[in-house]
Design a protein around this ligand. Sequence first.
Ligand SMILES: Nc1ncnc2c1ncn2[C@@H]1O[C@H](COP(=O)(O)OP(=O)(O)OP(=O)(O)O)[C@@H](O)[C@H]1O
Ligand SMILES: [Mg+2]
Ligand SMILES: [Zn+2]
Length: 386
Amino acid sequence: MDYLVIARKYRPQTFAEVAGQEVVARTLTNAIRGHRVHHAYMFTGPRGVGKTSMARILAKALCCVSGPTTEPCGVCEHCMRISDSAHPDVTEVDAARFGNKEDITRLLEDVGFAPQLARVRVFILDEVHMLTGHSWNALLKVLEEPPPHMRFIFATTEVEKVLPTVLSRCQRFDFRSLDLPVIVARLKDIAAKEGAKLAEPVLYRVARAAGGGMRDAQTLLDQLIAVSDGAGTEDDLDLLLGAARGEDLRDMLKLALGGSSAPALVKFDACCSAGASASTILDQLIEHLRAIMLVQACGPEAQAVRRLGLPEEQLKVLAAAATPEKVLRAAQVLTGTQQHLRHGADPRLALEMALVRIARLGEVVDLERLVQRIERAEAGVAAGPR
Ligand SMILES: Nc1ncnc2c1ncn2[C@@H]1O[C@H](COP(=O)(O)OP(=O)(O)OP(=O)(O)O)[C@@H](O)[C@H]1O
Ligand SMILES: [Mg+2]
Ligand SMILES: [Zn+2]
């Protein structure tokens, strides 16, 4: 069997399979059931959350031999051809990749032709915001008087670039970026089908690294399975993400929080030499401090902690080793460093300074106490003897 990347192999094939977009799926299936399918839909939303998948499912629902149906069979000639992007009545065009936009204009001018195999023709136009002057005009023209056998499905990640006149002629659906548990559930399912053994915390980290996009999460899962032979650990994931090894990172943090700046700096240097970038290390440190803060505030079993996908035992050790006050201050130091990086500071130097400052937090706190004591003493003196 040909090697098929996970993101394509597990493309959802039915409305029910599209995770996290239930509102869109329900509205579309209701329209199909009620014979009220609109002639033009606009699917908007972030990358890799199911727009193209949903467009193809809708095309199948309309063209399936047993259709129009809310449950396309997946095995008839229509369904199979649509899956292979080879149905004569289903045109799928990606405006971002289409070299010559004039060709899109020509395609739009051809929509008058009747379908060859199915009962309707479906025109899926991806990244519709990339159209240029002439093709916009052609599009507007067909949307003003759509031929009765035509259904249009547009998809875009940048809806604000779509002409308002086009938008007003479409029924719009906003696809949501996906919640972590939704992504993790799907990853778990896929990992099981691929025979991979991945711990739930690792899957949570994969999902978090993907920032709410299912495609990115699945691509990362694919890479993780490939590098680890199906038994990916936190270390494998760190390697893939160009991050410092979790254990080294926690050592570094423990040393800094414990006031030992020199060995913390040595650790930092070693992580950089091993290939991690300073700014990724900074993100990791902040992520860890956040986890420690949550452990201190809500306990290690809290859902918010588990979702971070960091090893619970080690977090507990770190949480016990520093006061909440110090953890908060360290987090402030690091978020400040993040701002400096945004303004162009040298990442390595900025992070070294941050580590030293964290290591000296104890002294700063003590100085503050000292000031308070002096102030109290002075107030006492001013009040004079009673
Ligand atoms: N909601 C989802 N449920 C299940 N799988 C999904 C979902 N969204 C995306 N995927 C997975 O990601 C892959 C890409 O999804 P799709 O092409 O539908 O995304 P898209 O929203 O069109 O992205 P883009 O804006 O980049 O074109 C699919 O093959 C599928 O494996
Ligand atoms: Mg798409
Ligand atoms: Zn079918």
